[in-house]
Write a protein that binds this ligand. Structure first.
Ligand SMILES: NC(=O)N[C@@H](O)C(=O)O
Ligand code: NI
Length: 161
């Protein structure tokens, strides 16, 4: 059996069950720096359990569509944020949890400049740029233990426009 998942535009509402969308849509929460900067304050739910927050840089190879989705993963002990360091949209795949395994995956494409934060324990596809540079800052848990659960799909699942 194979399935095809159509990519949809990322929206805060659509992503809300899975995490936070980080962008500068709407008015800033405060104007700072002598009026030269809008601060969009405290826009993500970060959780690192017994670990600490870390910032890592990911230099990832862009992927072509259709993309075969081999696995999703989750981090039981921490949230994970993907913050692009370019204006290139990227692919975000999530899935609801169904008694410890992922349900039907959902695929989103970000708008230029948007980042995302997966809430702790959210099933997701790994970082997936769609164009170079695949350069991202990733904020996630640094701590003991693997903080990783993978689910490899038996069926063929393809993601496409
Ligand atoms: N493995 C790693 O650091 N990154 C993954 O968790 C990912 O979601 O890309
Ligand atoms: Ni991850």
């Amino acid at each position: 059996m194979s399935a095809r998942i159509k990519i949809q535009p990322l929206t805060a509402e659509g992503f809300a069950p899975f995490g936070d969308v980080l962008d500068v849509s709407g008015d800033p929460d405060k104007i700072i720096n002598q009026g030269m900067c809008g601060r969009y304050h405290d826009r993500a739910v970060l959780d690192f359990n017994d670990g600490r927050a870390g910032i890592s840089l990911f230099n990832a190879k862009p992927r072509d569509l259709p993309l075969k989705l081999d696995l999703v993963e989750r981090h039981p002990d921490g949230s994970q944020a993907f913050l692009p360091m370019s204006q290139e949209p990227f692919l975000v795949v999530v899935a609801p949890d169904e008694d410890g395994t992922p349900g039907q995956p959902i695929a989103f494409r970000t708008q230029p400049g948007q980042g995302i934060n997966f809430h702790r324990g959210t099933w997701h596809g790994v970082l997936t740029p769609l164009a170079a540079p695949g350069l991202f800052a990733v904020v996630d848990r640094i701590g003991e233990g693997p903080n990783l659960q993978e689910h490899w799909f038996q069926e063929d699942i393809y993601i496409d426009d």
